[in-house]
Design a protein around this ligand. Structure first.
Ligand SMILES: Nc1ncnc2c1ncn2[C@@H]1O[C@H](COP(=O)(O)OP(=O)(O)OP(=O)(O)O)[C@@H](O)[C@H]1O
Ligand SMILES: [Mg+2]
Length: 286
């Protein structure tokens, strides 16, 4: 049961990436009627606001490099609120309407108090919280995954959820992510952290950089293998910015012996999935 019937997921993700890149909106005449829905992803590396129409088509979005939340823990409350508020204002201006409700997400297995802190940030930025979902479930929703493993390789952590018949039956979140790749690169090349981050994310250097960060990918694969023990999983769906490398899926495939699927624009899968909540009867304008 795909979450986006009649819509190709990769095309949808590419459309969403373009709307973000161009600071554009889906034209009003191409939108379905009904309320807009908003997702707020408070990531370790990026804050992403996603807006979709009632038919779950991307309408607009914006991202901001973040240091205010770390692995689902709000480390700078004031900074987090002001970043979300600024992104909200930017999108409201672009759309010419107010955005009132938003869903948000948490990494799997975080403490109740930290969930509350995430919700408080979204509320203090001016949204009514429509839903709090765990991040891999948001990704699974967009990808229409009912059976398999979703692995979210973000800035700070690798989150794993195993789904069976549409239900999450296992989750884990381990502290290995893109930040660790950057640290390895900085050490190997004698670069500062910002220099290493720039080198890592330059698509033109993908092939040169990958062998240096491959041990980190192998550590991630070992984490995934440990989590898969005792679960019948045929397919692993990888999302999150740190799996952007061309050869990432190949290494994971070899280490796990499973089919590995990487959607287009993996960094945007979880953020867009968060916005796909069911608007309730009180949904109203987003
Ligand atoms: N083209 C790229 N090649 C390699 N790494 C990339 C690329 N683009 C982004 N990244 C890395 O992806 C990470 C950010 O991914 P993402 O936005 O999914 O994380 P996050 O949601 O902020 O973090 P988390 O989920 O761990 O809280 C960063 O470490 C960034 O350097
Ligand atoms: Mg994330």
């Amino acid at each position: 049961m795909p979450a986006l019937p009649d819509i190709d997921v990769d095309t949808t993700l590419r459309d969403f990436a373009r709307l973000i890149r161009e600071a554009a909106c889906l034209p009003v005449e191409e939108r379905s009627g009904g309320p807009l829905k908003v997702g707020v992803d408070l990531g370790t590396a990026n804050i992403v606001l996603s807006v979709v129409d009632a038919a779950n088509r991307p309408v607009t979005g914006a991202t901001f490099p973040s240091t205010v939340v770390r692995d689902g823990i709000v480390v700078d409350y004031v900074g987090a609120v002001s970043a979300v508020r600024a992104l909200k204002a930017e999108l409201e201006q672009r759309l010419g309407c107010d955005l009132l409700h938003a869903a948000t997400a948490i990494p799997p297995g975080i403490h109740h108090g930290n969930v509350k802190a995430i919700a408080n940030v979204v509320e203090a930025a001016g949204f009514e919280v429509a839903e709090i979902i765990d991040e891999p479930s948001a990704a699974a929703r967009l990808l229409g995954v009912r059976d398999g493993a979703v692995v979210d390789v973000g800035g700070g952590t690798t989150g794993i959820s195993i789904l069976r018949d549409g239900k999450v039956v296992f989750t884990d979140d381990e502290a290995t992510g893109g930040t660790h790749m950057t640290l390895v690169l900085a050490g190997a090349y004698g670069l500062s952290i910002p220099e290493a981050e720039a080198r890592k994310t330059d698509p033109a250097l993908d092939r040169e950089v990958f062998p240096v960060v491959q041990p980190v990918v192998e550590k991630m694969a070992a984490i995934v293998n440990r989590c898969l023990q005792g679960h019948a999983v045929d397919t692993i769906y990888i999302v999150g910015g740190a799996c952007s490398f061309d050869q990432f899926e190949q290494v994971l495939r070899k280490a796990t012996g499973r089919t590995v699927v990487k959607p287009a624009e993996p960094l945007l899968v979880t953020p867009l999935g968060i916005a796909l909540y069911e608007a309730g009867p009180a949904g109203g304008a987003a």
